[in-house]
Design a protein around this ligand. Structure first.
Ligand SMILES: *Cc1c(COP(=O)(O)O)cnc(C)c1O
Length: 334
């Protein structure tokens, strides 16, 4: 069976690095959306909780339900706000305030420049007023940076805008509100940290998407992908492999089929610029729904040790490679 091997030691190493940046574990919220970036929602929730984290971030209510017992507080990014003693809900628009259930604990997202979600800066007063009128508990105010992972001044002016937001919120009388804006890239490049929380995703799983010019902390990949041998055969020179016969054996060789394919969320890629596994084996011919072929007789092969290396070959980013992997692949902790 194809397997995702999760390194607990590497996960804890990364969480430690982040906690050093924030000054405490209490300020680290682990982002577990999208099946914990493909690592397995419940598994990573359990490990994070055993590490000592008390805060988590998920996408929706069903995700929150399945990890509820591991955390004291869960921030839901994209679902309707309801009264729940353990969850807070992101308000992305004035409309979200309207449909929120009275008594819900909410965190207002302010658009400081990403222009994706969140209320506009000039809607802030109105939003605060409506939150109050509606009887919602304003628990937090947050923003998201659009280019924390790039050089340039954008992060700087987005941060300045968020400082203005904080002032406004405080002077409107909301004194117990928590503020947070940092994702992985922002906390990795920060020299000091004064907010109440970071929402850390990709860095916890071992990747730093910052350009090399930034000096940052060393992180270790948490996930490794392996596949198992299904069948082996000897090919004569000139025999072809897989759909369309895109690969032709240049000489006599032994090839095996392994149990991973695009049905498992593995990228089908380009047959003529094949993916090369962690053990330097190029995929031979087309990726099938459930199988790949390699020149190997090993019972188990390592597809990748490092999702960022894999992503580079596939022309994408580590996030996409990992989140695409099927929930049905077995996750094993080492
Ligand atoms: C996904 C997400 C994060 C985490 O981002 P990373 O770059 O993976 O650390 C933080 N905040 C919000 C609002 C998000 O949607």
């Amino acid at each position: 069976m194809a397997k995702i091997i999760i390194s607990k030691a590497n996960f804890y190493h990364n969480l430690n690095q982040i906690a050093l940046k924030t000054g405490s574990k209490e300020k680290v919220a682990i982002v577990l959306k999208d099946n914990a970036y493909g690592h397995g929602l419940e598994l990573m929730a359990r490990l994070a909780s055993e590490f000592g984290l008390t805060e988590a971030v998920v996408r929706n209510q069903p995700e929150a339900e399945s990890i509820r017992h591991y955390f004291t507080q869960i921030l839901v990014l994209g679902d309707k706000a309801v009264a729940d003693e353990q969850c807070s809900y992101t308000l992305n628009s004035l409309y979200d305030i309207e449909v929120a259930q009275t008594g819900a604990r909410v965190e207002l997202k302010v658009d400081t420049g990403m222009h994706r979600n969140g209320i506009a800066m000039d809607e802030l007063d109105e939003a605060l007023e409506r939150i109050d009128q509606k009887g919602l508990e304003l628990f937090g105010v947050m923003t998201h940076f659009r280019s924390a992972d790039e050089m340039g001044s954008e992060l700087f002016w987005q941060r300045k805008r968020f400082e203005k937001v904080k002032e406004k919120v405080r002077s409107a009388g909301f004194t117990k509100v928590r503020f947070h804006s940092h994702n992985s890239a922002a906390i990795l490049r920060a020299n000091s940290f004064e907010e109440d929380l970071v929402r850390v995703g990709i860095a916890a799983y071992g990747y730093n998407e910052l350009p090399e010019a930034f000096e940052t902390v060393p992180l270790k990949p948490v996930m490794k992908l392996t596949a198992s041998r299904v069948a082996t055969r000897k090919l004569k020179k000139g025999e072809r492999v897989g759909y369309g016969g895109d690969f032709t054996a240049p000489h006599a060789m032994t090839v095996s089929t392994y149990d991973l394919g695009y049905g498992d969320g593995w990228c089908r890629g380009n047959t003529f610029a094949p993916f090369v596994t962690a053990e330097s084996l190029p995929i031979l011919g087309r990726v099938s729904m459930d199988f790949i072929s390699l020149e190997s007789e090993k019972d188990e092969i390592v597809v990748f040790n490092d999702a960022q290396d894999a992503a580079r070959q596939l022309g994408t980013i580590s996030y996409e490679v990992m989140t695409a992997l099927s929930k049905d692949i077995e996750r094993v902790v080492v």
